[in-house]
Design a protein around this ligand. Structure first.
Ligand code: ADE
Length: 234
């Protein structure tokens, strides 16, 4: 899988791939990372990429020409590229999107800066538009990294142990049960005793009960979804 980050600030992104799981994925040729800076396509004298908003409003907007030409160029040399724009004005990015997008061969993430991107560029090039949550970031770079990370770990071979994908939160409506490690007692808190007894069916039912508790507390709407799904299965 190739990821191309279309951004004015590649250096905000690069560091993330210099360690841990995604670095290993690059070393194993499972993912490839490219950067494309729209500023390099600017036809203006000072490589300008922003301009005032037409119709008023605060702040500057990324005017169409540099980004339009950058993306036209990218599409010309990459037939199957899937172009994703990051903006808070979009559908929410979810785990099922991460799994679906992990099957693509090449994804470009287009990050806006300033007050956003001229809408005509989005209309022309976006295959999908995502928000990573109901808050406003200073630009799309963090959002594109979040998406890239969540997608990459669903690519075969990126995680050491593919078992760890199937029991995670959001693979079902329930949040994952709490995890514990050694020692058994730490600072006067103990691992749940059932976890230690080795009866796997009892551990499974305790984990399910704890999952339901966590979900009820943090995400009650997800618990409702789980119960509705279970009643359909009956
Ligand atoms: N750019 C700024 N805020 C964002 C968000 N919440 N999601 C995606 N892109 C963004």
């Amino acid at each position: 899988m190739t990821f191309t980050f279309v951004t004015l600030f590649a250096n905000l992104i690069e560091g993330y791939f210099q360690d841990s799981i995604l670095k290993r994925a690059i070393d194993k040729n499972l993912i490839h990372i490219n950067y494309l800076n729209p500023r390099e396509f600017s036809g203006s004298k000072h490589s300008k990429v922003d301009d005032t908003a037409v119709g008023g409003g605060a702040g500057m907007v990324m005017y169409p020409q540099p980004l339009y030409d950058a993306l036209k160029n990218l599409k010309l040399s990459n037939e199957n590229i899937h172009i994703v724009f990051l903006t808070p004005v979009a559908k929410p990015f979810r785990q099922n999107d991460a799994k679906r997008l992990a099957k693509k061969s090449h994804i470009a993430f287009v990050s806006g800066r300033y007050e956003g991107i001229d809408e005509r560029v989005v209309e022309e090039f976006a295959d999908e538009v995502f928000s990573i949550g109901d808050y406003i970031l200073t630009g799309g770079e963090l959002a594109s990294l979040v998406m890239c990370d969540a997608i990459s770990r669903n690519i075969e071979g990126v995680l050491g142990n593919s078992d760890s994908l199937s029991v995670e939160s959001f693979e079902t409506p329930l949040l994952e049960a709490p995890s514990f490690s050694k020692p058994q007692n730490y600072e006067q808190r103990s691992v749940p005793s059932e976890y230690l007894k080795g009866n796997h069916s009892r551990i499974r039912s305790l984990k399910l009960a704890l999952s339901e508790c966590k979900t009820k507390f943090f995400r009650p709407e997800q618990l409702l979804k789980h119960r509705t799904r279970k009643s359909y299965e009956k």
